[in-house]
Ligand binder design. Structure first.
Ligand code: 5AD
Length: 354
């Protein structure tokens, strides 16, 4: 059997490993192997995107959710969560502030809130696109019907984030109540791709019951599906969920997986996630140095920010948008990277901003 290093080299060269090879990498890696992969991934990222970091402003416009995912702090059964829903006008105010701060992508994220209709969301997207024609709109509002995805795309939405959570159907069943279906999640992801969204999939690292087999399956899924974006962060327990007493995910494995994703899909848009910045104070910097190229600061109004808690101790919830962007610019400068004011689209050739 090849060593982990040889397999990392092979991944870089062929952009493919088979299931057994992924297993070997995921079960046999050392801290040295992780650093080796990070150095390679960083070089690949520098070659394609240069030392540029894209920022996306997230507007968490509703924490009302019809779902009951066992891991998530805004699950329906969490009666401790104080629920809120912004109006379209409030969302536009967030965008106005964000535009001034240099954001050219707005991510509208929410729980699966049936009270914020797809029609209203379409109108909101149209208003944002009319007001800011130079900006991209990303949606992250969960599972919808095909026609709803089509309507939102027609309204001008450019991108969509929907983590698949796990490519292993049995594992999916252990993270979600029976009424949620892995098949429907996959249907959604397929729809999004077909409709021409730049599509994001992703996982939590170290979610309960996750095994190396599950992650190997996720890597095979990424290779097959070719998402334009991949969201990967550590699982972090939330005190008012059934998984409150579970172990948090591994910081090092999260960094390692970011690097492996960069090597597998060199052009992928890869955020250093808020969860990574929560598990370690310099998590996002280390994410960028491991091959990530996107950071997604919070633009939600301060009055609601503490209420959008998917996990405990989320970073950035006490900081106003301006301060957190300034801080991110500084932190990126300190590691030799520059936050840029562009839409930062996926580019399957190379990037035009270098
Ligand atoms: N820890 C880490 N990530 C979480 N998410 C939800 N709950 C948690 C948690 N406790 C992630 C899920 C979801 C995304 C919006 O946030 O992967 O898709």
């Amino acid at each position: 059997m090849a060593s982990v290093r040889e397999l990392i080299d092979k991944l870089e060269k062929n952009r493919h490993l088979d299931r057994e090879e992924w297993q070997e990498v995921l079960t046999g890696y050392t801290e040295d192997d992780r650093r080796y992969a990070a150095d390679k991934a960083r070089a690949v990222s520098l070659g394609i995107y240069g030392n540029k970091v894209f920022i996306r402003g997230i507007v968490e416009f509703s924490n009302i959710c019809k779902n009951d995912c066992y891991y998530c702090g805004i699950r329906r059964s969490n009666s401790e969560a104080q629920r809120y829903r912004l109006t379209a006008d409030e969302i536009l105010e967030c965008c106005e502030e964000g535009y001034g701060l240099g954001f050219r992508t707005f991510v509208l994220q929410s729980g699966e809130d049936r009270g914020f209709s797809t029609q209203l969301l379409c109108e909101t997207v149209r208003r944002i696109k009319a007001e800011y024609p130079d900006c991209a709109v990303t949606l992250s509002v969960g599972e919808l019907e095909t026609d709803e995805y089509r309507a939102l795309r027609a309204a001008g939405a450019d991108r969509y984030l929907l983590r698949h959570e796990t490519a292993d159907k049995a594992h999916y069943g252990k993270l979600h109540p029976v009424e949620m279906s892995w098949d429907n999640r996959m249907r959604c992801l397929g729809d999004l791709k077909k409709l021409g969204y730049q599509t994001g999939a992703g996982i939590m690292v170290g979610s309960p019951y996750q095994t190396a087999e599950c992650i190997a399956e996720d890597m095979l899924f990424f290779e097959r599906f070719r998402p334009e974006m991949i969201g990967i962060g550590p699982f972090l327990p939330h005190k008012d969920t059934p998984f409150r007493d579970r172990e948090k995910g591994s910081y090092e494995l999260t960094l390692f997986l970011l690097s492996l994703c960069r090597l597998l899909l060199p052009n992928v848009l890869l955020p250093a996630t808020t969860a990574l910045g929560t598990i370690r104070p310099d998590g996002r910097e280390q994410g960028i140095l491991s091959g990530a190229n996107v950071i997604m600061p919070n633009l939600s109004p301060e009055a609601v920010r503490r209420k959008y808690m998917l996990y405990d101790n989320k970073v950035g919830t006490d900081t106003e948008a301006k301060k957190s962007v300034d801080e991110i610019r500084k932190r990126m400068a300190a590691i030799g990277y520059e936050v840029v004011v562009t839409r930062g689209d996926y580019n399957d050739k190379a990037c035009d901003i270098r």
